[in-house]
Design a protein around this ligand. Structure first.
Ligand SMILES: Cc1cc2nc3c(=O)[nH]c(=O)nc-3n(C[C@H](O)[C@H](O)[C@H](O)COP(=O)(O)OP(=O)(O)OC[C@H]3O[C@@H](n4cnc5c(N)ncnc54)[C@H](O)[C@@H]3O)c2cc1C
Length: 479
């Protein structure tokens, strides 16, 4: 008798803890006296070019594959088009009954899943989509009339009141007992995977589920009580830095919520409350992407579709390289280029700078962040960019343009963060750290930083560009 196979298709959920796809696959396998198989589909669109974001992602997948191996299970890799990969599954795994995966919301994921579903159904099996890695799924928090929210504050009120989902964790022993002992489903795919891994050359300190859980524990004990005070200062390690684990699904969002919520009793509730609001932002932006998929490429606010953004590759390159001549912007961009992560305050400052001071299309910045961020999340990235460029939901009003100098003085008053990422300014006096071009010749010599040689002069005049940006929006508003 052939044993039915219950397949877990891992995509952005590389964990055992609170993994609904895994949990439900196991339950069904137990009921049918079947076996489990884990697969990862190596899609050619994602492996052709490796940058920081994909390097981190693939190394997380490999960490998970090792975790499976330690538990005497195998994460099977299937490469090629969706058609090819799933045909391989059916040809090699034998009687597949159901494929389980977590629901995803980008247009790419929706059409890929639809294609996979057709192949799965044609082969006599079914595809079951289980809740994604969110506290609340996009259809759970709706207005009374059943329509989606368009503004965060009323959404978050309902989000806070809603009963939170349970954590579903399967016991490792039960999973292992059901795991199908098969050799690699496809040797060629496994070889291709090894080749991809060879091209992932970065050294990441802490990857995967165990590191994520440790980070969560540390954060809740040491940082969360002060989160509301420290979260805006890039120099302090005042945020959770859990975003890469949430993005790869090494950590469950519901687990993060529960851990933060349970600390409310022990500490002043301000830290946990401020943090939980951020977790709700993540769900909010996913809900927006799900219900308004056009935001992937278009401004949420229709009136701002077709703004006359500036084209200037030279300026864009300066922004990407962190050589704009505005130290806080440059420090943020260099942090991104070096470590693949950027503090939220700096994401707001650098995004505002590109779209207001340079009046460049938010889509260009969004695409650059997509390549570099190890926590790249399409919904939050698009939401953040549209917010900063005043074209999205809850967007910052266009006439409130961040001054990069004032932002620097306010959020990096000692210039410690700037000095860390812009070493040319390491000897610059605090008085000039956010406006080094104001040093006279003697001061530049003493600081060993000649403006225009060691560090660039400001690439634009902020006051002028502010006026120009406001004018660009106002013209569109008035027309
Ligand atoms: C232009 C721009 C682009 C962004 N791109 C991304 C992205 O690609 N991926 C991403 O996860 N976040 C993005 N954010 C949101 C935010 O900057 C990061 O989530 C945060 O910096 C991650 O660091 P942390 O885990 O220490 O955050 P914490 O402050 O500890 O917050 C905890 C968690 O809440 C969520 N969160 C926090 N702030 C936001 C927010 N504003 N919007 C949505 N979720 C939030 C994240 O999951 C984060 O891990 C972007 C923000 C801006 C302004």
């Amino acid at each position: 008798m052939t044993v039915s196979k219950f397949v877990v298709w891992f995509r952005n959920d590389f964990r055992f803890d609170d993994n609904p796809a895994l949990y439900h696959a196991l339950r069904e396998a137990e009921k049918a006296d079947g076996e489990l198989i884990f697969i990862f589909h190596l899609h050619p669109d994602f492996s052709s070019h490796i940058d920081l974001s994909s390097d981190y992602f693939f190394q997380t997948v490999e960490t998970f594959a090792r975790q499976c191996k330690e538990k005497e299970m195998k994460l099977h890799v299937l490469s090629g088009s969706v058609q090819k990969a799933f045909q391989l599954l059916f040809d090699k795994a034998g009687s597949v009954h159901t494929v389980f995966c977590a629901e995803e919301h980008t247009s790419f994921a929706v059409s890929r899943d639809e294609e996979a579903r057709r192949i799965i159904v044609d082969n006599g099996a079914c595809l079951v989509r289980t809740p994604g890695n969110y506290v609340h799924q996009p259809h759970e928090i709706m207005k009374n009339d059943g329509s989606p929210y368009k503004v965060y504050t009323p959404y978050s009120r309902r989000w806070m009141q809603a009963e939170k989902p349970d954590i579903h964790s399967a016991v490792s022993e039960d999973i292992r007992a059901r795991y199908a002992r098969l050799k690699a489903l496809d040797e060629a795919s496994e070889r291709e995977w090894k080749e991809v891994l060879k091209r992932c050359t970065r050294t990441w300190q802490l990857l995967g589920e165990e590191a994520g859980r440790n980070r969560l524990e540390y954060f809740c004990q040491k940082v969360l009580p002060h989160y509301h005070k420290s979260r805006d200062l890039p120099e302090k390690a005042g945020t959770s830095r859990l975003s890469p684990y949430l993005r790869t699904g090494a950590l469950s969002a519901r687990r993060v919520y529960k851990a933060a919520d349970s600390t409310r009793e022990n500490h002043s509730s301000k830290g946990p409350e401020a943090f939980i609001k951020e977790i709700a932002w993540r769900d909010f932006y996913t809900m927006i992407l799900h219900h308004f998929p056009e935001v992937e490429t278009k401004e949420f606010q229709e009136k701002y579709r077709g703004l006359p953004w500036r084209e200037d590759e030279d300026l864009f390159q300066k922004w990407k390289d962190g050589r704009t001549g505005f130290p806080i912007v440059d420090a943020g961009m260099r942090q991104l280029n070096e470590v693949g992560w950027m503090h939220n305050r700096l994401r707001m400052i650098t995004a505002s700078f590109l779209t207001k001071d340079y009046q460049m299309d938010w889509r260009k910045g969004e695409a650059y962040f997509r390549e570099k961020l190890i926590d790249h999340d399409p919904a939050s990235n698009i939401g953040g960019w549209q917010w900063a460029s005043s074209v999205g939901t809850d967007a910052a009003p266009y006439f409130r343009v961040f001054s990069p100098v004032r932002q620097g003085i306010r959020f990096d008053p000692e210039g410690a963060f700037v000095k860390k990422y812009v070493p040319e300014l390491k000897n610059t006096d605090k008085k000039y750290i956010h406006e080094p071009h104001k040093m006279n010749d003697q001061e530049q010599k003493e600081a060993e930083c000649i403006i225009g040689k060691d560090y660039p002069a400001p690439s634009v005049d902020h006051k002028e560009e502010r006026k120009r940006a406001i004018h660009m929006f106002k013209e569109t508003d008035d027309s």
